[in-house]
Design a protein around this ligand. Structure first.
Ligand code: AMP
Length: 438
């Protein structure tokens, strides 16, 4: 029986893989203008990092992490009951922030008094969720993290940058909704959390089992519950924005004023609590409405001023976001936007017969060395079928080489768009291609 890709994973076939490359390139260009530099951290980290950073009680950590273990350690565990040491307890990263913050702390990238570290990453994340459209077990994210700055200008510029990126990749602005909230800080959130817990206790009879557990562990997660009855109860719950401390209210107000000033349209959503424990103050999410069902968040993030300390570093404010590549592809499809074909073919060299193959092969190399995407036939196709192949590859030009042309030291160069032909000397093909393309 044939073996398929694991459940919840997808192959990015060439068209999509090319788009993924382009997507990362666009991110590097857009985020680069805001001073973000690339960082590449391991796909595995010590499980403890996620437990401490993201929070033990979160869905991501308590239910959705993939453990990574060497075959030998697994054998020892199963056969000899010897659990791996903490250092060897690894998990595949369910998100990118914890690893980047760990790297910033480990390499002291933000020494006291330094300018903020602005970092961006792209790569696969792993969550053992129930797969469905737009929800995979391995998916690709592009994300940024800015560590060392607390000012609301960082929050606002990150949000503006995220929206610029979506527009640059072609997601229509009118199909997106930008949601904004503040989650307060360690000064104001604990008291607010208790108020929500008390409110939930008073409405315990109307809440689902999961929300009753949430009331104990993390009541704010109940705002996320999809059960309509819970949603109705939580709609009347105390709102965080009415319970922010003065500093958080001022910070949130400044972020909104900066976004207003930049003409960025957003909706305040007090229900936006996001699933990870590390968020403080500003949180945001971008959703698209058409055709994506419940998996309609294409990106989101927020501030995490306590995370560096959680993972053992000095107090360093931070903010970041991540966006899902596969969901952006779905959003583009839902909006009827074709993602651009990155593949191009500048020249196809067609052989009239086998006697010219060696010279054609050399010509193909010369053109490639000059930077032109060049292809030839490798299957002994007839001339007619080589033209068909050139068409299929979208070749802009076809150079036909036959024994007569070879004797004369030239090719027939055909422009596939205008159907015009010209004889070009073999040694001038590269020059002619440069002129034509320029
Ligand atoms: P999160 O870290 O949950 O805020 O995720 C950030 C973004 O990654 C989301 O807005 C989605 O676009 C994407 N994402 C998260 N989980 C998945 C998943 N299981 N499958 C596909 N994309 C995901």
């Amino acid at each position: 029986m044939a073996i398929n890709a694991p459940e919840g994973t997808r192959d990015l076939l060439p068209d999509e893989a090319l788009f993924w490359n382009q997507f990362k390139q666009t991110a590097a260009e857009v985020f680069g203008t805001y001073g973000y530099l690339p960082i590449d951290t391991p796909i595995m980290e010590q499980t403890e990092l996620f437990v401490r950073g993201i929070g033990e009680a979160t869905d991501v950590v308590s239910k959705e992490m993939f453990t990574a273990i060497s075959g030998e350690n697994l054998r020892r565990w199963v056969e000899e009951g010897k659990a791996p040491k903490a250092k060897s307890r690894l998990s595949l990263r369910p998100e990118g922030t914890a690893g980047v913050v760990r790297a910033v702390v480990q390499h002291d990238l933000v020494p006291q008094g330094a300018a903020p570290a602005k970092l961006m990453y792209a790569g696969p994340m792993f969550r053992a969720e129930r797969p469905q459209k737009g929800r995979q077990r391995q998916f690709n994210q592009v994300g940024v993290e800015c560590l060392g700055a607390e000012e609301p200008t960082i929050d606002a510029e990150a949000i503006i940058m995220l929206m610029r990126f979506y527009e640059k990749v072609g997601i229509p602005r009118e199909s997106m909704r930008l949601l904004l909230n503040s989650m307060g800080c360690e000064q104001c959130r604990p008291a607010y959390r208790e108020q929500v817990r008390a409110y939930m206790d008073a409405h315990a009879g109307e809440l689902c089992e999961t929300c009753l557990t949430r009331a104990e562990v993390n009541p704010l997660r109940a705002f996320d519950c999809k059960n309509p009855q819970c949603a109705a109860v939580m709609a009347e719950a105390p709102k965080i924005t009415d319970h922010l401390c003065d500093d958080c209210r001022e910070h949130y107000g400044a972020v909104k004023a900066l976004l207003d000033g930049a003409g960025v349209v957003y909706e305040e959503d007090y229900k936006l609590v996001r699933g990870l424990d590390y968020y403080t103050r500003t949180v945001f999410e971008v959703q698209v409405d058409n055709g994506m069902g419940s998996q309609n968040a294409i990106g989101g993030g927020g501030r995490y001023d306590k995370l560096a300390e959680e993972v053992g570093g000095r107090a360093t404010p931070g903010l970041g976001f991540a966006l899902g590549f596969e969901r952006c592809v779905l959003a583009l499809e839902a909006a009827g936007v074709e993602f651009p074909r990155a593949q191009r073919c500048d020249l196809f060299v067609a052989c009239v017969d086998d006697t010219v193959r060696a010279r054609a092969f050399a010509l193909v190399q010369e053109c490639r060395d000059a930077g032109f995407v060049t292809e030839m036939d490798h299957q002994k196709r007839s001339l007619k079928s080589q033209f068909k192949l050139a068409d299929k590859l979208g070749a802009a030009r076809v150079a036909v080489l036959g024994p007569d042309e070879l004797d004369a030291g030239e090719v027939t160069l055909r422009d596939m768009a205008t159907h015009t032909e010209a004889k070009v000397r073999l040694e001038e093909v590269v020059g002619e291609m440069s002129r034509a393309i320029l």
